[in-house]
Design a protein around this ligand. Structure first.
Ligand code: SF4
Length: 941
């Protein structure tokens, strides 16, 4: 046996494994693998080799292929999608970066090492192959090439081959073992066993023959290579190209974080095209040079091993890989199988929403967004009584702050605010937090006031009553800048119905002592710089609109809007249309409003099942969101999606909803695409999100997907840009900045913060050219909501008890409250290994006394039962949740990715709000009631 022959054999074997792992098994390869000639040769090799593991490997491979029938090729394709494309629950990432340290993140040090080896050997990865260099197939192809060169007498290649191969033996063993146990078809297990056997034999072949006698590894390799040589393997490298590609210079890219969409400025450090780290961007107006843990963990998002890599289409109930053309054609066919009015469009984020919304608005598809799951009830008040959904408090100068149902320190929409709140607390400002839970912010506050969910309106109204009764309100502001004060006052004083909304009345409803309500009201009114604010804690419960109006009325009475320390009135520059001169935006179609509420009409996610069963919705295009995990009752949502005629998911990860879809399109993450976005905190600014790295694998940004869909629908002329930057340039027309400036700095401040802007504006609404999410019709702060008046619903803030079917009772005595973990963002961060390591599950918070009464202890599993479903959760007894409430962090419960992967059993949470009442929402804004579910606890069997 000559060295030349052995190298030749090694070349064939390495090329074989490169081919097997590079892609799904092609039809041509499948025919050859199951052809008589190859099977015969495989069988002979199995009988001939003396190394027992290799004999077993060959026999297993032969047995599988010999049993193949008409279904087998499809099964192999589906198995490939499950295992290597992350469609299944136990995927195997074929990258050294993952197996070298068993952390499921790609693009780590082994990638750079492999690139160095490629440079040393004068090669580079074929850019057409959409995988990183440390993909196992690329490494096998490199090994094949080095063996080919060695066989031709190249001594350097011979040494490189040993060095490169040897350093990779350990992780390949782990990879093969995991692959063997993940495979269900039998094929990849057989392949993994054969691979392991070859690694063993190749290892033995490095020793002198007498040391491994009586086995002869070289002969065993020859037998294997002879059999494999019958397959249509490429004779030249098929994943590598000749030529050295020099590393790209290190870059620091100014951009923004979109983990929670708050636009904290971010500097992305990029080495040779790979994102290494993210840190705060100094001077930026929203993050002020800081990132939260989610922002700092952004590289683990883009390089999560669970990324979707290729378009997937469902056939016979299983996903298989498709080309973009095949998948998009199938999407168009599915979309056209119903009327446009029956096809729902859900966009879970607002990334470049001007482009995809234009398409679906033109078609006349009903549309929904994150909003009716989040804070629509708040908005129905703030957007009509003020000029925006959420005027942020200016903490810089505040000395008295009240939060209702808002965990600012853990769910902050921008890190500058968090820093300034902490600074305010340090300099002695008083923070009072009304919350049923001692959340992070309540823990930092001077005063945590326990309050029953959905009763905030009563407390806020009683505080208003105290302020008016004691004549502590701002007479000038109230007379000049508010509307409906007299009507509001009458209600508070009981002049309408005889019920005085005073502290004694509120105490009975809320559980907050009347003395506490009175004291805080007086303290607030007498404080110099102050503000009160609420968020989703008041929106995802009954009576959200009225409670928000009651909280905001405290600001209205005290004239704190735009005052130092008060809620700062929103203003941000309005972008021009992306359609420039001679470009025609597609005209808007007429989409039906699927659900009607007191103040809002649209498609309410909570009503999905009803909308499907009534025939209003027959299909869905779901972009960046997981309805199964976030729309309320999980069983109802799944049932609805299953009943749909056609559904497609566009996402960077295989979410629970994607599992139910007919087509799944791999979205680029937000770090792989760009957008221009105006925003404000205290200053107004325009921010730029850079394409930090190129879209990985075969993913595409939604901008491109939209253009492809439009083209196929014959609407290409309405989406005319040669690239997205042309659209950005149109959007920036008339702005005091250029795209180049934005790219260079990451942001441009367009308007400095100012107090009392409304005096200059002559209205609480910002002037022309500025945007905000709402508008006050009177130009003043409305105690009396003019839009509610027009719609014939009660226009004044008030407390309305929860409907009896939702309120706790003797059978279901607890209220389940859903909250946020600081380290996670809705359902979108659960494939981020760093964040999952920080918070990997969501135990059920139970008050110590309730736990004692129920006889349950820490770590015990209980069944949380509502009238509409049940889940099992681990108990976490604590004093940090009030009596009669239980709750857990939301967003958990994925059946794919880290939570679904049996290799990471510690990453496992539960979707608690899955047991809410189906087809139920707040009666004004249609918000899903994720924070108000009546339950009882039972010890799990
Ligand atoms: S608050 Fe955190 S997650 Fe949100 S944008 Fe800022 S750094 Fe990113």
């Amino acid at each position: 046996m000559t060295q030349h022959q052995t190298d030749q054999d090694r070349f064939v074997i390495a090329r074989f494994f490169a081919t097997m792992y590079a892609d799904e098994i092609s039809r041509e390869m499948y025919e050859a693998l199951t052809g008589k000639e190859f099977l015969k040769s495989l069988k002979e090799a199995a009988e001939k080799v003396r190394n027992r593991p290799m004999a077993r490997g060959l026999k297993g491979f032969y047995d599988f292929l010999n049993r193949a029938d008409a279904e087998t090729h499809f099964i192999l394709r589906a198995e490939y999608a499950d295992i290597f494309l992350n469609a299944g629950p136990n995927p195997i990432a074929p990258y050294e970066s993952v197996w070298a340290d068993r952390e499921p993140m790609t693009h780590q040090e082994p990638l750079f090492e492999t690139r160095e080896m490629l440079r040393k050997t004068g090669l580079h990865k074929d850019p057409a192959y959409p995988q990183p260099e440390d993909h196992i197939a690329v490494q096998f192809d490199l090994l094949a090439e080095l063996n080919r060169r060695s066989a031709a007498g190249d001594k350097d290649a011979s040494q490189d081959r040993y060095d490169f191969g040897r350093s990779r033996v350990a992780w390949r063993t782990e990879f093969c073992a995991a692959l063997a146990s993940a495979d269900k078809s039998g094929f990849y297990k057989a392949l993994a066993d054969l691979n392991l056997a070859w690694l063993y034999v190749a290892h033995l072949a490095m020793f002198p023959a007498e040391d491994v006698a009586p086995q002869v590894p070289h002969l065993d390799m020859k037998a294997l290579a002879q059999a494999l040589d019958l397959l249509p393997l490429k004779t030249e490298s098929f994943l590598l190209k000749p030529g050295v590609v020099d590393p790209e210079p290190m870059r620091a890219v100014p951009t923004h974080c979109y983990s929670c969409g708050a636009l904290c400025g971010m500097t992305a450090k990029v080495k040779d095209g790979v994102l290494l780290s993210t840190t705060g961007l100094q001077g930026d107006p929203k993050g002020a040079g800081r990132l939260c843990p989610k922002g700092a963990a952004n590289p683990a998002h883009v390089y999560s091993a669970y990324r979707l890599k290729e378009p997937l289409v469902k056939e016979n109930g299983r996903f298989v890989k498709a080309t973009w053309d095949e998948a998009l054609d199938r999407v168009i066919k599915g979309m056209k199988s119903m009327e446009w009015s029956e096809l729902g469009y859900f966009r879970g984020n607002d990334w470049c929403n001007w482009v995809h919304e234009a398409l679906f608005d033109h078609l006349g598809c009903p549309k929904t967004t994150h909003r009716p799951m989040c804070d629509n009830a708040n908005r129905m008040s703030n957007e009509h009584n003020l000029n925006d959904k959420r005027p942020w408090i200016n903490y810089q100068e505040a000395d008295y702050i009240i939060h209702f149902g808002m965990n600012e320190l853990a769910t902050s929409y921008g890190q500058r605010k968090t820093a300034e709140l902490k600074a305010a607390l340090q300099r002695g400002a008083k923070l009072v937090v009304f919350d049923p839970r001692r959340c992070e912010t309540a823990a930092a506050a001077r005063e945590w006031v326990q309050i029953k969910p959905s009763t905030d309106a009563a407390v806020a109204l009683a505080m208003c009553q105290v302020i008016i009764k004691n004549d502590l309100y701002d007479h000038d502001f109230v007379s000049e800048w508010t509307h409906g004060f007299e009507e509001f006052k009458k209600r508070l004083m009981g002049e309408e119905d005889g019920v005085v909304r005073d502290p004694a009345w509120a105490a009975k409803l809320s559980g907050v002592p009347k003395e506490t309500i009175e004291r805080i009201a007086l303290e607030f009114a007498k404080a110099k710089h102050k503000g009160a604010i609420s968020w989703t804690g008041l929106a995802q419960v009954p009576n959200g609109m009225y409670a928000t109006a009651a909280v905001q009325a405290l600001n209205g009475l005290c004239g704190t809007f735009d005052a130092p320390g008060g809620p700062s009135l929103p203003f941000k520059r309005k972008l021009s249309p992306a359609w420039g001169e001679g470009q025609e935006k597609p005209p808007k179609g007429k989409a039906p409003k699927l659900n009607n509420f007191g103040m809002w009409a649209g498609w309410a996610p909570a009503f999905l099942l009803q909308n499907v069963e009534s025939g209003k919705l027959k299909g869905m295009v779901c972009y960046y969101g997981d309805p199964v995990l976030s729309w309320g009752n999980e069983e109802a949502t799944i049932k609805a999606i299953e009943k749909m005629r056609f559904k497609v998911c566009i996402d960077a990860f295989m979410c629970n909803t994607a599992c139910l879809c007919d087509v799944v399109l791999p979205d680029a993450t937000w770090l792989e695409q760009s957008q221009v976005k105006p925003d404000w905190l205290y200053d107004a600014f325009v921010g730029y999100y850079a394409e930090v790295v190129k879209p990985q694998y075969n993913s595409k940004p939604m901008y491109e997907i939209t253009l492809e869909l439009a083209k196929r629908l014959g609407l290409g002329k309405h989406f005319p840009w040669k690239n997205i930057e042309e659209a950005f340039a149109n959007q920036l027309k008339g702005m005091p900045l250029t795209l180049e400036q934005l790219k260079k700095n990451g942001f441009v401040i367009t308007d400095d913060a100012e107090y009392y802007k409304y005096r200059k504006w002559g209205s609480l609404n910002p002037p022309k050219g500025y945007g905000s999410s709402g508008e006050t019709k009177t130009g003043k702060y409305n105690f009396l909501n003019p839009v509610a008046q027009e719609k014939g619903v009660d226009p004044l803030p008030d407390y309305h008890p929860a409907p009896t079917d939702l309120a706790p009772d003797a059978v279901y005595p607890f209220i389940y409250v859903n909250f946020r973990a600081f380290q996670h963002e809705h359902s979108s961060t659960f494939n981020n290994y760093r964040l999952m390591k920080a918070v990997s599950k969501n135990p059920l918070w139970v008050n110590h006394m309730d736990a004692h009464d129920l006889g349950i202890t820490e770590g015990q599993v209980v069944t949380v039962k509502s009238p509409w479903g049940s889940v099992e959760m681990e108990v976490f007894p604590t004093w940090d949740i009030m009596n009669g409430m239980v709750g857990a962090a939301g967003g958990f419960g994925h059946n794919r990715g880290l939570e679904g992967d049996p290799k990471f059993p510690d990453f496992k949470g539960v979707n608690g709000p899955a047991i809410g009442k189906p087809n139920t929402a707040d009666d004004m804004g249609g918000t899903t009631l994720l924070k108000y579910i009546k339950v009882r606890l039972e010890k799990a069997a």
